[in-house]
Design a protein around this ligand. Structure first.
Ligand code: GLY
Length: 314
């Protein structure tokens, strides 16, 4: 079997002065995951290791450095899916866990599929995970953005009629508030046994409502994996991603051994046409081929495959 790994560090209008840090973070995550795969390790270990690196890098909206919600604190979501038995572990709204992807993996090995907020943290304690101070997740860059949005935010807009699908995404992408989109991170890996795993982790969207959960921890929305086809992790505006179950759509597009590049492009076109959504996705298939697509100005990503191809782009 051909091993492969692909990671992303978010799809949005990544500013010029953040491009190199995004690229470096994706490369580091890819390299850590690849090392595990190349040494015969599992796709599960590779995805967890890669996503932890992205969560630990303050440039990304996952783990440390995440966006703040309307009450000024970080709420994290993450999930991991096993493409062999289709089991998954998912957590949402956690506040005191630095690496929610590891908690999601613990949930995968539990009677539950998804745990939220207090229940997820209680379970983390049972599994012996260390808690952090919620303040440790906040970086100055995000605090300043939060303060700026808060000072100008017009809550009456919250009560306006729901904008047509995509209109909100378009406003957000153009810089309307909340102007800091989800800079979600994710990884898909294929190991030497043909085992495919996908993982996604995020702080969500900037100035999100307290308790708001996006696509990242939702199976089929933020991630999907099945060994017969491949795996996918998505990034972008969660509300529209969920309308078309973007990750499942992209994986289904791999039927008849369609190349992941074509499958990813088709999935993003479907999102744009059907839900007027704005997002990106990464894919790896059962042959160890990778592909990605996005309709945002930029998407941070990096990949490596067994035939010697690799790269990193923003
Ligand atoms: N894609 C991450 C989110 O919308 O929360």
């Amino acid at each position: 079997m051909s091993i492969a790994i692909i990671v992303h560090g978010g799809a949005w209008a990544i500013p010029d002065d953040q491009v190199e840090e995004h690229r470096a973070g994706c490369r580091a995550a890819r390299d850590a995951g690849w090392q595990i795969l190349a040494n015969g390790g599992s796709a599960m270990d590779a995805v967890e290791a890669a996503v932890r690196i992205l969560e630990d890098a303050p440039i990304f909206d996952a783990g440390v450095g995440s966006v703040l919600n309307r009450s000024g604190y970080v709420e994290l979501d993450a999930a991991i899916m096993d493409g062999d038995n289709l089991y998954y572990g998912s957590v949402a709204g956690v506040r005191r866990i630095r690496n929610p992807i590891t908690l999601a993996r613990h949930v995968l090995n539990s009677p539950a599929g998804m745990l939220v907020a207090e229940g997820a943290e209680r379970f983390a304690k049972e599994r012996g995970m260390a808690f952090c101070d919620p303040e440790e997740l906040i970086v100055e860059r995000e605090f300043k953005i939060y303060e700026q949005i808060k000072s100008t935010y017009d809550t009456s807009k919250d009560h306006a009629s729901t904008p047509p699908p995509g209109e909100r995404d378009a406003q957000l992408s153009a810089g309307g508030y909340p102007h800091r989109p989800g800079d979600t991170v994710g990884c898909v890996a294929v190991d030497s046994n043909g085992w495919i795993v996908a993982g996604t982790s995020t702080g969500g969207t900037g100035y999100k409502m307290v308790g708001r959960v996006g696509d990242a921890p939702i199976l089929g929305g933020g991630l999907y994996a099945m060994n017969e086809l491949g795996g996918c992790s998505t990034t972008g505006w969660g509300e529209s991603i969920m309308r078309v179950l973007l990750a499942k759509t992209a994986v289904d597009n791999l039927h008849d051994d369609i190349h992941p590049q074509d499958a990813a492009t088709k999935a993003i076109e479907h999102l744009a046409n059907r839900a007027k959504g704005i997002a990106g996705c990464i894919l790896a298939d059962r042959h160890g081929r990778v592909g990605w697509a996005f309709n945002t100005p930029r998407m941070a990503h990096a990949w490596r495959t067994a035939d010697g191809q690799d790269g990193a782009g923003v």
